[in-house]
Design a protein around this ligand. Structure first.
Ligand code: URA
Length: 194
């Protein structure tokens, strides 16, 4: 079975299991880079695609620096539905960080998804995908962003290059410099050899 069909098969399992709108992985199954976010937000659910809202703007910056097209990479999220809570003041539904159970529930799918795509580099964007992929809750993105790590997934060694989550860059301007430097290093270290 080719990669597209394997991903379709995996997605079918997820869609049968969850009775809500899922935002599944998107992009090229032949990509050498897999980007992993946290969970979709409102805009992602509306459009059915990861990273199309505010965080998507920073994703475009990512793609510009690396000089790659969005269609040529594969982008997915740790949790495939939008975790929400009610804002007590406004009564509106707002995003929340996925909890431990949700992350654990989706981890097996994420690892299967990664092993089907079989990229050269996995880029977790922020703490949730980073801790999930590295399977260590004590490591933080603040300490490990821009560092090259290795992790076995389904008996294969993958290079992990964690970056800050694009939304963190939006809300915390002071990390923007680090983020841009990490991206330029990523370009220097890897893109040439891919
Ligand atoms: N943030 C994420 O982590 N994923 C998305 O798809 C959008 C925003």
């Amino acid at each position: 079975m080719n990669k597209i069909n394997k991903i379709k098969e995996l997605n079918n399992i997820l869609e049968k299991k969850y009775n809500e709108k899922l935002v599944l992985g998107n992009g090229s199954v032949d990509s050498k880079i897999v980007l992993v976010g946290e969970a979709p937000g409102k805009n992602e659910v509306i459009k059915g695609k990861p990273f199309v809202g505010a965080a998507g703007k920073y994703l475009n910056e990512f793609l510009d620096i690396l000089e790659i097209d969005r269609e040529d990479i594969y982008i997915t999220n740790t949790v495939k539905y939008r975790p929400t809570k009610i804002n007590k003041k406004t009564g509106n539904e707002i995003n929340r960080t996925p909890n431990k159970d949700e992350i654990e529930e989706f981890k097996a799918y994420l690892f299967k998804e990664i092993s089907i795509i079989d990229p050269k580099i996995i880029i977790p964007l922020g703490n949730v995908p980073f801790k999930t992929i590295i399977e260590n809750n004590n490591l933080t993105i603040g300490k490990y962003h821009g560092k090259v790590l290795n992790k076995d997934i389904h008996n294969k060694k993958y290079t992990i290059y964690p970056l800050y989550h694009p939304a963190a860059v939006i809300y915390n301007r002071s990390i923007k410099k680090d983020y841009i430097r990490d991206l330029n290093n990523l370009k220097k270290i890897f893109i040439k050899q891919i």
